[in-house]
Design a protein around this ligand. Structure first.
Ligand SMILES: [Zn+2]
Length: 183
């Protein structure tokens, strides 16, 4: 072996000590992410996947002017995959055409709604503080819409409007049958 090859090998060996080797756990996470990405992609419209590929292929310096809708769709896809990766099972990992189209058209939409029929995660927005549902019924099964319990992992939660209606109904009942002491 010539001395310069030995020198390069030595330099590489030194470099390797600086970069930590990916652990088996990291590799397993990467493999699982790729698997979930494939599963999600299978539910998406080919035209939407093409928009994401164009975004990913763009040079870093082109990214600031990148397709805002595609950037949003990619962030939502990643959010869903991360949720599955962290063991959440209270949703359907899917971004069908009608759902993907909402994120592409309205980059302010968030994946916080959920279909009560098929557990598909649906967009809320355009501003996630706004109560406006981006979709009124599930575009896949026509089911009613609640909130995705993204943090608790439980079943679909009521919307703020439903909570208010339930509270008003409770108050009305109390008003007629059991008035409060200070009335
Ligand atoms: Zn549905």
């Amino acid at each position: 072996m010539s001395p310069w090859i030995r020198q390069i090998e030595q330099a590489l060996a030194e470099l390797r000590t600086l970069v930590p080797e990916p652990t088996t756990e990291d590799r397993e996470q990467e493999r699982r992410y790729a698997e979930l990405l494939a599963e999600l992609s299978a539910t998406m419209a080919p035209a939407h996947i093409a928009r994401l590929n164009a975004l990913i292929d763009a040079d870093a310096d082109e990214r600031p002017n990148a397709d805002a809708g595609a950037t949003r769709l990619w962030a939502v896809a990643d959010e869903l995959i991360q949720a599955a990766l962290h063991g959440l099972t209270n949703f359907k990992l899917a971004l069908p055409r009608a759902v993907g189209a909402v994120y592409l058209a309205g980059p302010g939409s968030h994946p916080y709604s959920q279909c009560r029929g098929c557990a598909l995660v649906l967009p809320l927005g355009p501003d996630h503080h706004a109560e406006a549902q981006a979709v009124e019924t599930c575009p896949e099964c026509g089911g009613g819409i609640g909130r995705w319990d993204k943090w608790g992992g439980g079943p679909t939660l009521p919307t703020p409007a439903e909570k208010r209606a339930a509270f008003a109904a409770m108050e009305a009942e109390r008003g007629t049958s059991a008035p409060l002491l200070w009335h």
